[in-house]
Ligand binder design. Structure first.
Ligand code: CTP
Ligand code: MG
Ligand code: K
Length: 181
């Protein structure tokens, strides 16, 4: 496999985990998951983690996985190498894992005294990878082992922070997000 092929496979395979964060930003608002509760003198998760944003994020990830699955044969033929179709459990692991990772990151941010919206370098960029990949490995083990080879995982770990920073700066400039991270 060439490096370009590995990058394309990594990006394609991760799209159902990438899009939930962006969908949550667009759809967010309403009731916070922690219902305003605190742990000690700090919020459990904060107002930035809502049911609506989470549901929209997971839905968007699943919908994208379904669309990519329909396109995978044609795109694979056009590119000349195989891209993954998403098994339902793989799609769930990627989309729900991404939202879960983001929620866990907010939990860690509050415990470390960071206000809502504060940045947490490293965690902000990789939280969803750290949860979505193990969850997918658990839910769809054979699919995961077929597609997330070590070289693909390495590309994901390098590529994701770059994409994350880029999309967040764009979302900030468009006025969709309050902070550029
Ligand atoms: N959002 C949401 N539900 C989620 C994730 C995100 O509603 N599960 C929405 C919120 O409106 C949130 C925005 O998307 O403010 C940006 O997401 P994020 O940067 O993850 O949240 P922050 O507001 O920065 O809060 P935190 O410090 O907890 O990350
Ligand atoms: Mg934020
Ligand atoms: K986040």
């Amino acid at each position: 496999m060439t490096l370009l092929e590995t990058v394309v496979i990594a990006f394609w395979a991760m799209l159902p985990a990438y899009v939930p964060n962006n969908a949550a930003v667009l759809a967010g608002g309403g009731r916070p998951i922690d219902r305003g509760r605190t742990w000690g003198d700090k919020r459990v998760l904060g107002d930035g983690k809502t049911w609506r944003g989470t549901a929209a994020g997971i839905t968007a990830g699943l919908a994208l996985a379904a669309v990519l699955t329909l396109l995978s044969d044609d795109v694979s033929a056009a590119l000349g190498f195989e891209l993954p179709a998403f098994e339902p459990l793989a799609a769930i692991g990627l989309a729900a894992g991404a939202m879960l990772g983001d929620i866990l990151a907010s939990f860690l941010k509050r415990r470390t005294g960071r206000q809502r919206g504060a940045m947490f370098p490293g965690v902000d960029q990789l939280d969803f990878v750290v949860v979505s990949l193990p969850l997918t490995a658990l839910l769809a083990t054979e699919w995961f082992l077929e597609w997330f080879t070590w070289d693909v995982i390495l590309v994901v770990v390098v590529l994701t922070p770059v994409l994350h920073v880029t999309t967040n700066v764009i979302a900030y400039k468009l006025g969709l997000k309050d902070e550029p991270w």
